[in-house]
Design a protein around this ligand. Structure first.
Ligand code: KDG
Ligand code: MG
Length: 412
């Protein structure tokens, strides 16, 4: 089952996506997501210049061997660009294996461990009334768990708060709407940790009072706290029984989680910016967190993330795979197949792609009663409409960044 064609498709329907498409001599095709938000073209070059030529003539059925070949033969290990490229190859090979076997990928991974995947949506508001409206809307949409992000008095623009985009001309408010971020320079936002730490527990108190104790609530700290600030926040949020507090400190300093853990029982999620099992290894062994945030797209694919999650399972640490809209529908499908098969599934992030994205990527997943299911089409269940993709060329876009009131750059 040799690979005869390796194409890299860049498209920007609602935001930029990078997709690897492999074709075998029998005519099977496989798709892999290689999207690295804000640095997309680096992965395009890595794939086009260094990976695609080596794929031609390779046996598509040898998934593990191909993974090891690309990881080890590069010599320069790890890093988001390399691992997104390897992830795309790995996903595409699983897709092909599923099509060749006539089975959905989750069957190849051991079959379903549950009926569907509990998914959380992103509720947000610049103030409490707006936040309540957004939570209500998510509950109406069928979400059974919600992430809560809120504006902070005195700050103009912060991570995770929906606003209306220029392009939708005042249509539905979304915080991820990339056209607002398109341009030659990243957008500057502002930050003040003390105001945030004072404000957030009041918001969660109000949300629990309004929506009751049952609904799982999540929050993303997005790497903005020092260890002691994170410890303080985790402790102050304990009465509101969070499902998780995510990325409370910058991930590079893994030791910091020891300090956070000593002070709070609020469950911790970490690792959406990690890219190998090695980034998680010591944290898992020391039981310093509760949910693995790794994305199939950024962790080197299904093969690598499954190994990490199997190791995490030995410590009762569960999955919480990253699933914002910068993970393409192909990457989301891969996450759903993996999440359905593993025993230690925790929750799946699900932000819902826009209509144009859904026209470019035809998908077979279902969303019912708050649960996602990848569907039963052979492979990953996603096909790429090349004509539609061609309508939307790459657009320069960056993630925003933060400055404090005195002008200091801060984690975003
Ligand atoms: O590309 C960056 C986003 O994926 C990230 O900011 C989203 O933190 C995020 C989340 O939890 O979805
Ligand atoms: Mg996050």
């Amino acid at each position: 089952m040799n690979i005869v064609k390796a194409e890299v498709v860049v498209t920007s329907p609602d935001r930029n996506f990078v997709t690897l498409k492999l074709t075998t001599e029998e005519g099977f095709t496989g798709l892999g997501d290689a999207t690295l938000n804000g640095r997309e073209l680096a992965v395009v070059s890595y794939l086009q210049d260094h990976v695609a030529p080596l794929l031609i003539g390779k046996d598509a059925s040898r998934i593990e061997d191909t993974w090891q070949f690309f990881y080890r033969s590069a010599y320069w290990r790890r890093g988001p660009v390399t691992m997104a490229a390897i992830a795309a190859v790995d996903m595409a090979l699983w897709d092909i294996k599923g099509k060749a076997a006539g089975m959905p990928v989750y069957q190849l991974l051991g079959g379903a461990s549950r009926q569907g995947l509990l998914a959380y949506g992103h509720a947000s508001g610049s103030d409490i009334p707006e936040l309540f409206d957004s939570i209500r809307k998510h509950l109406e949409l069928g979400f059974r768990a919600v992430r809560v992000q809120t504006g902070v008095p005195g700050l103009n623009a912060i991570y995770g708060i929906a606003s209306q985009s220029k392009e939708t001309g005042g249509g539905e408010a979304r915080y991820d709407h990339e056209p607002a971020r398109r341009g030659a320079q990243p957008v500057q936002e502002d930050w003040d940790t003390r105001s945030y730490l004072r404000h957030l527990p009041r918001v969660f108190e109000a949300v629990r009072n309004e929506f009751g104790p049952e609904i799982p609530l999540l929050h993303d700290g997005h790497h903005r706290m020092t260890p002691i600030q994170a410890a303080q926040l985790g402790k102050n949020l304990e009465p509101y029984d969070l499902f998780w507090l995510e990325d409370c400190t910058p991930a590079e300093n893994q030791e910091s989680l020891k300090l956070v853990r000593q002070h709070t029982t609020t469950p911790l999620a970490i690792g959406e910016i990690f890219n190998t099992a090695w980034d998680f290894k010591d944290l898992i062994r020391d039981q310093l967190f509760d949910y693995v945030r790794g994305a199939v797209t950024h962790m080197g694919g299904i093969t690598a993330l499954k190994k990490t999650l199997d190791y995490a399972a030995m410590y009762q640490i569960k999955s919480g795979m990253h699933g914002p809209t910068d993970i393409s529908p192909v990457g989301m499908a891969a996450a759903m197949h993996l999440g359905l098969a593993i025993h230690n599934f925790g929750i799946q992030e699900y932000m819902q792609h826009g209509d144009r994205t859904n026209q470019v990527f035809e998908q077979s997943f279902t969303w019912q009663d708050g649960l996602l299911h990848p569907g039963d089409k052979p492979g990953l269940g996603v096909s790429l409409n090349i004509d539609e993709a061609g309508k939307y060329p790459y657009q320069q876009a960056y993630l925003p960044f933060n400055r404090l009131a005195d002008g200091t750059v801060h984690d975003w």
